[in-house]
Each structure stands twice: as structure tokens, then as C-alpha cells.
Design a protein around this ligand. Structure first.
Ligand code: NAP
Length: 554
């Protein structure tokens, strides 16, 4: 077996590595840095040919962040904050990829990463306290800690429409876009989907294609991102402000450097409310939800007002009233589905060469050689089909790996009714399987959550090293209590209403997937407090033990 990627070679315990990490995106990279700090040997296994994770695979036209660049990066290393300069408020996919390459090079991480390699299965042997991790290159990597950094959105979902293989043209999937540029010039393009990926791709594809047909099922609430390049002065200000930026982001509900609005629905008159929403619209993106009213996610009246304001903007922007009405989301609250940020999105529907097809009232029946046929029999001719149809989110990537814990228990069996983790970090019955941003972790700006989880894991592994321990596992009681808390918090919000419109937050976008909350919606700040509490209380809810002795549940 090749071990060229190891720092230290075989470990004292007879494993190949102390830790195997799956993925080399934000989570995997940050974990490798932490493992190195702890003096543990590690290898990351990455399916792509480069680092980047989500930002490696999602190269579709228009792909860029919906988080502001200055908070979409690591906070822990002053040299990274100083040396890296963002170009735009919302960086393009390539810029985020470049950032991760910069991190990998800065910390010399590539020597610990096996690229073009996919983990297929992993099984735990209790007698030796060892995970055997098998890859598609035929290797078996033996390790003590099996750590996943798979990302929330890494298994694209492509609905299996009847006749899909008969299509005579080109087919692309936003979540697995080719590296080579796709030429849309002179072609009739069909985009299936109207989520965040489609909302970014549609205006860019429309610029190039001869004609664009958008097949929309559920319309989304799209607030303009209000992107702009960053001037030298703005960059200098951001760098000077970093301590305050991180302080805010780490305590903010969704991990953004924003302060609460300090007002709720009843605090203002109807007229004042419109002015507040107008300002939120001008500020753009997530500022609209988080800096207008603090009760948008919990008070139906506040949410209705925010929703109606957006519908007003759609009707104002889109000239054809029939198209405008089709684009207006109705019957579910704003943010019950993840709201996309727009870049000239609604304006695109004013083009003569863009058609919106409502596949809610007239669903896609089949794909035919020349395009898409809907239930009514209408046929839409296209040369290129783009699937922007989402992901088997959060649990999907973990369940693609055949993971067996104590006594051969399969993770997929454990999760038949939904995931059962403690803090999205550990699943009872799977010692030393550690998730970075696993199911039921906080839903928030990813790098902020990643850093907090990696810090927590680092604290645990450090403590274990000091005490001669080598096994960590959540207790079933802690996992059950976490699920009860997660459900309680979820039902304080309007987010459960997203189930009826297929929200991926709840597993509701994938046929047959258990309907179960995939996240903790109490906020990044509250989640961080939980993790701080766990560390302060000697890893309450986990059992830390030595494989030399039988595990004791405490
Ligand atoms: P998505 O939000 O799940 O949207 C998938 C779209 O495909 C929906 O419009 C869905 O309609 C449609 N669809 C699925 N199956 C269909 C079918 N059988 N017939 C017709 N339509 C169908 O997926 P996404 O746009 O890839 O975004 C997923 C998540 O990725 C986002 O919510 C966001 O968190 C993340 N993302 C982030 C960024 C960013 O930060 N810049 C950019 C892109 C994506 P229904 O809604 O009716 O199911």
C-alpha cells in the first residue's frame, strides 16, 4: 500500500495514520491543520483532483458565494487574513477555490492529501479500536480516528425523468460541472430548477444562449445580492475590522458579521416597515432577512410582510404580469426554503429570448430526444439541458460510504428514520467516527461552523492524548436529548412549513428520504455555546475511554 502522503508513516498503535479525513474542502483542510497542531499523523482522501470541496465541483456559470467574502474564510490565522485579499463582495467560484488553494499551499497540506480518490467503505474493529477505510483505488487505510468533512451539498440529485437517456443533446448538472467551458452560443438551453444554483446560472446562461427555457416548480424568494468589487480602501477597512467581524459572526444566528435589527414587527407602523424592507433590499442578500426585523423566522405576520415586499418587487421588476405571478412564491414562508441571492435574476425574465415554464401546474412528464414534454403534452425543444435540481443534502454523502460501526451496525440502518447524532459530531455506536458539520450541526455560514467544530474536536483529541485515551463516542442519551432540543427549536420557527415545498433542510426534496431536520436552527452563537459547554464540562455527553479497557458509559 502506498503511504507517500503520510508525514510519519505507521503509528505506534499499528495503524497507518492516527486520522483519516474524508474531503479537502473547508472542513478537511481546517482539520488537517488542527491534526498537525496536535502532532497526529493524518491523510485526507479527496475525490477531486484539487482542494475546494463544493467550490471544486460547482463550477456552473454564475457560481459565487451568497456569504460576503470577508466572512467566508478562516478566522483563526492572522497571516491568512492579512495576506489574502478578496476582490468582490461575493466572490466567484474560482476566487473561493483559489482561496482554498492558497490555504493548502500556505500550510503545505497537499502532501497529506490523496487526490482523485474516493472512500467507498469504512468499518470499525472494536478489538483493535481501528477503522479500516477502503478507497476506490483499492487501498485500505487503517486509522484510529475516521473524520468526515464531506460538506452539506456534495451529492447532486438528478431526477430520473422518464426517457432521460433518449435526450439527443448535451446534459449538464450544476453540482458536477465540467472543468472545460461549456459553449451555449447559438443553442436552445433548458434549465430545470429554480433554487440557488439555477438563480445564479440563469442570468449568465441567458446572456449567451440563443434561447433559454426555465422549468420552474416552486418559485423562490430572491433578494438581490447587490454585489460589487472591493476597492483598496474597502479591503483595508475589512482587514482592520477583522476582530469585530469575527466577534459578530461567531455570535450571529447564521454566522454572519451582522448585528440583530433590534426591532420586531409590532415596533413600527406599516409605512416604517416598508422603509425598513426597502433599506434591507438595498443592502442586499441576507441583510434583508437579518437586519430588518428580528422575528421574520418566528412571527408569521413579520414573515408575511417580508414576503409580500419581495412579491411587490417581483411585480415591479418583471414586465409580463403572467410571468411575474409565476415567479411570486406563495403558500410558504420566506426562508422556509433556503432563499437564493440574485444577480439580475428577475430582470432576466424581461428578455425576449427567455421563457418561464411552470412545471408545478404542468409537471415534466418525460424527456424526449428533442427536449422536455410536460403532462399536458406541450413539448419544449432544447439542445442543452441543465439540471439545477439540488442535492441529497447532508446525510447523502455519508450514506454513500458504507460505514459499519460496533458489531457491524450500518450508519444507513441507524438513520432509517433520520440521523441520530450528538451535536452533528458523533453517532452512538460509531466510536471515533467524527463528523465536521455532520447532520444536526448548526445551519450557518460554513467556515464559522467548521472552525468551531474543528476546535472542539481538537480539544477532545488533545485531552485524550494527555490522559492516554483513544476512543470517543457520544452517548445515546446525549444524542436523544440533542434531537429533542433540535426539534423544539425548529418548531419555534416557521421552517417546518418548508416541508410542503420540498425543503432540503428537512430531507423533503428527495423522494423516499426520511423527513427529519438535518440541522440545528438555534444559530451559530448558541451552537458555539453548546460546544464550549461540552468542552468545559469534560466532554459531557461523550464517553472518552481507553481501548486498553472496556468502554464505560458515563
Ligand atoms: P435546490 O435549492 O434544492 O433547488 C433544486 C431545484 O430543482 C428546485 O427548484 C426544485 O423544485 C427543482 N427540482 C427538483 N426536482 C425536480 C423535478 N422532478 N421537477 C422539477 N423541478 C425539480 O438546489 P440548488 O439550487 O442546487 O441549491 C441547493 C443549496 O445549495 C442551496 O439552497 C444553497 O444552500 C446551496 N447553494 C449555495 C450557493 C451560494 O451560496 N452561492 C449557490 C448555489 C447553491 P422544488 O423547489 O419544487 O423542489
Amino acid at each position: 500500500m502506498s503511504t507517500q502522503t503520510t508525514d510519519t508513516g505507521r503509528t505506534d498503535s499499528g495503524t497507518d495514520f492516527d486520522a483519516v479525513v474524508v474531503g479537502a474542502g473547508f472542513s478537511g483542510l481546517r482539520m488537517l491543520i488542527e491534526l498537525r497542531r496536535l502532532g497526529l499523523s493524518a491523510v485526507a482522501v479527496e475525490a477531486g483532483t484539487d482542494v475546494g470541496g463544493t467550490w471544486y465541483w460547482n463550477r456552473y456559470p454564475g457560481a459565487r458565494t451568497d456569504s460576503e467574502s470577508w466572512s467566508y474564510c478562516f478566522s483563526s490565522f492572522p497571516e491568512l487574513l492579512e495576506e489574502w485579499t478578496w476582490k468582490e463582495r461575493y466572490p466567484k467560484q474560482q476566487e473561493v477555490l483559489d482561496y482554498q488553494r492558497f490555504v493548502a499551499d500556505k500550510f503545505d497540506l497537499r502532501k497529506n492529501i490523496r487526490f482523485s480518490t474516493r472512500v467507498e467503505s469504512a468499518s470499525y474493529d472494536a478489538r483493535s479500536n481501528t477503522w479500516s477505510v477502503r478507497t476506490d483505488t483499492g487501498d485500505t487505510l487503517r486509522c484510529t480516528y475516521f473524520i468526515t468533512g464531506l460538506g452539506h451539498l456534495s451529492v447532486p440529485h438528478k431526477p430520473q425523468f422518464a426517457g432521460i437517456d433518449s435526450f439527443a443533446g448535451e446534459v449538464y448538472v450544476t453540482g458536477n460541472w465540467p472543468k472545460e467551458p461549456v459553449d451555449f452560443a447559438g443553442k436552445r438551453v433548458g434549465v430545470i430548477g429554480a433554487g440557488a444554483s439555477a438563480v445564479q446560472a440563469i442570468p449568465v446562461i441567458a446572456e449567451e444562449a440563443a434561447h433559454l427555457t426555465v422549468f420552474q416548480r416552486t418559485p423562490n424568494f430572491v433578494v438581490p445580492a447587490q454585489n460589487h468589487p472591493l476597492s483598496e480602501e474597502q479591503v483595508a477597512q475589512i482587514k482592520a475590522d477583522y476582530p469585530a467581524i469575527w466577534q459578530k459572526a461567531q455570535s450571529h444566528v447564521f454566522g454572519f458579521p451582522m448585528s440583530p435589527a433590534g426591532r420586531v414587527y409590532d415596533d413600527v407602523t406599516d409605512e416604517e416597515r416598508e422603509q425598513v424592507f426597502e433599506q434591507g433590499w438595498r443592502d442586499g442578500g441576507f441583510h434583508y432577512v437579518f437586519e430588518t426585523f428580528d422575528d421574520i423566522l418566528i412571527d408569521q405576520r413579520s414573515n408575511d410582510a417580508a414576503s409580500e415586499f419581495i412579491r411587490g418587487k417581483i411585480r415591479e421588476t418583471v414586465k409580463d404580469p403572467v410571468t411575474a405571478e409565476l415567479l411570486c412564491p406563495k403558500g410558504y414562508p420566506y426562508v422556509a426554503k433556503r432563499p437564493p441571492a440574485g444577480h439580475g435574476y428577475y430582470e432576466t425574465y424581461n428578455r425576449d429570448d427567455v421563457t418561464l415554464v411552470d412545471v408545478l401546474s404542468d409537471p415534466i412528464a418525460e424527456i424526449v430526444p428533442g427536449g422536455v414534454r410536460t403532462a399536458s403534452g406541450a413539448e419544449h425543444q432544447v439542445d442543452v439541458l441543465v439540471f439545477a435540481t439540488g442535492f441529497d443534502a447532508v446525510t447523502g454523502a455519508l450514506e454513500k460510504i458504507d460505514i459499519a460501526g460496533v458489531d457491524g451496525r450500518r450508519l444507513t440502518d441507524e438513520w432509517r428514520e433520520g440521523p441520530q447524532t450528538y451535536l452533528g459530531i458523533s453517532n452512538p455506536g460509531f466510536p471515533n467516527l467524527l463528523f465536521i458539520c455532520g447532520p444536526q450541526s448548526a445551519y450557518a455560514n460554513i467556515p464559522v461552523v467548521v472552525e468551531k467544530v474543528v476546535w472542539t474536536l481538537g480539544q477532545a483529541l488533545e485531552r485524550m492524548g494527555e490522559q492516554g485515551l483513544d476512543r470517543i463516542e457520544a452517548t445515546p442519551e446525549a444524542a436523544a436529548a440533542w434531537k429533542a432540543h433540535l426539534d423544539e427549536v425548529l418548531h419555534m420557527t416557521l421552517i417546518p412549513q418548508g416541508e410542503k415545498v420540498g425543503s432540503w433542510y428537512l430531507g423533503a426534496n428527495i423522494p423516499g428520504k426520511p423527513r427529519s431536520p438535518l440541522f440545528y436552527f438555534g444559530g451559530a452563537g448558541a451552537y458555539a455555546q453548546w460546544l464550549d459547554g461540552v468542552v468545559a464540562k469534560d466532554f459531557d455527553g461523550f464517553v472518552l475511554s481507553s481501548s486498553a479497557e472496556p468502554a464505560q458509559v458515563g
